[in-house]
Design a protein around this ligand. Structure first.
Ligand SMILES: Cc1cc2nc3c(=O)[nH]c(=O)nc-3n(C[C@H](O)[C@H](O)[C@H](O)COP(=O)(O)OP(=O)(O)OC[C@H]3O[C@@H](n4cnc5c(N)ncnc54)[C@H](O)[C@@H]3O)c2cc1C
Length: 349
């Protein structure tokens, strides 16, 4: 019979579980119900007290590794903590969010336990009729073009869950917090001291995975415009103005981000991390607005999970008009975004 352990960790504030951890809890609950398998939830945090509020008091077995050594992500302490949680729960299936913290150590923990790991899991399922239920894990290969359904005999089977696999578990503030079982950890020799975090300032951060809207900038922003001139500084100010007014995330076509390495004038806030497409990212936002981009297949394949798509292009024969967008505005994006920014400015509360 299967038994499930969901691994979770605190967010940067230390006072709540990460959203991805809450999604993993829901995935664990659903799987536990389907397989009739016992469920344990393992928490990794400096202090677990604020994290247990609202967690189910009956049902899952709550385990924790806590202490100052676990306040910051660090390979040696995180790997030791997850190993201890796994040895305490003795699961056959381990679900964990694919956060940078867990993605870094999960393969090592699976190895220490003699198990197997699969990453980038996009869905958990299995044949409804099978009894006892079996687990099938789905993931994409080749940039979301090939979908694979995996089963494995090896146990424990570790599965790193991509964001959005399940709805985040909603803690019930009125629930009695569960009695947490603290799992002791033999701390390894600490060679790494975490002295702090350095992150780009808020304004400089243009990739916002939680934003509802994705704005994509294409190479057209830096091309010669009808007046025979390129208007790169104006393009930069229009794009940044739109991002600041809407909180949208910024994506880019490959042609635009490549310009930096080719020595041409380029928008300074764009890097290859912004690139969307076959050789770039496949972001998940409810809406997408493409600007000055031709909508070629290697780019649009990265829009696979964008539900509602609009594009602004000067070219009535661009890829977007060929069924790749819901709405295409054949218009000058400089003018449209300038107008939009002005409307957003007046609509400010
Ligand atoms: C193996 C391989 C992998 C690739 N992977 C990727 C990938 O991951 N991501 C990716 O993006 N591409 C990828 N590409 C490249 C892709 O095929 C295209 O070359 C690229 O997406 C084109 O970028 P673009 O549309 O921004 O530029 P362009 O093709 O130059 O298009 C610019 C567009 O801007 C429009 N425009 C210009 N001025 C304005 C204006 N004022 N208002 C409105 N519209 C205007 C023009 O009409 C034109 O349609 C890949 C290619 C290959 C071969």
């Amino acid at each position: 019979m299967e038994s499930i352990l969901v691994l979770t960790h605190a967010d940067e504030t230390g006072s709540a579980l990460t959203k991805a951890s809450l999604e993993a809890i829901t995935a664990g609950q659903e799987l536990s119900a389907r397989l009739s398998a016992p469920l344990a939830i393992g928490i990794l945090a400096a202090d677990t007290t604020p994290l247990t509020k609202g967690l189910p008091s009956a049902g899952p077995r709550p385990l924790a590794v806590s202490g100052e050594a676990f306040a910051q992500p660090r390979y040696s302490t995180d790997a030791a903590a997850l190993e201890a949680l796994c040895r305490a729960a003795q699961p056959t299936i381990v679900l964990a969010p694919a956060s940078s913290r867990f993605a870094r150590v999960a393969a090592a923990v699976a190895h220490r336990l003699g198990g197997f790991i699969d990453t980038h899991i996009a869905a958990l399922g299995g044949p409804e009729s099978a009894s006892p239920g079996t687990l099938e894990a789905t993931r994409w290969f080749y940039r979301q073009r090939v979908e694979a359904v995996l089963t494995r005999e090896t146990r424990p089977w570790f599965l790193l869950l991509d964001a959005g696999v399940a709805k985040p578990f909603a803690p019930d503030p009125s629930a009695v917090p569960p009695q947490i079982e603290q799992v002791p950890v033999q701390l390894p020799t600490l060679r790494t001291t975490v002295t702090g975090l350095r992150a780009p300032t808020q304004g400089a951060q243009t990739i916002r995975p939680d934003a509802k809207l994705l704005l994509v900038a294409g190479a057209g922003w830096t091309k010669k415009q009808p007046d025979g001139q390129a208007h790169v500084p104006e393009a930069a100010s229009l794009i940044l103005g739109f991002l600041s007014a809407t909180g949208a995330s910024l994506g880019s076509s490959k042609s635009l981000v490549d310009q930096g390495s080719e020595g041409n004038s380029v928008l300074p806030f764009l890097t290859h991390l912004n690139q969307v497409g076959q050789t770039g990212a496949t972001p998940r936002h409810a809406k997408g607005l493409s600007t000055c981009c031709h909508g070629e297949e290697p780019h649009v394949v990265g829009w696979r999970f964008i539900a509602s798509r609009r594009a602004i292009s000067l070219d009535p024969n661009c890829g977007w008009t060929r069924g790749k967008a819901d709405v295409v505005y054949i218009a000058d994006a400089f003018q449209v975004i300038a107008k939009l920014n002005a409307l957003l400015e007046t609509a400010k509360p």
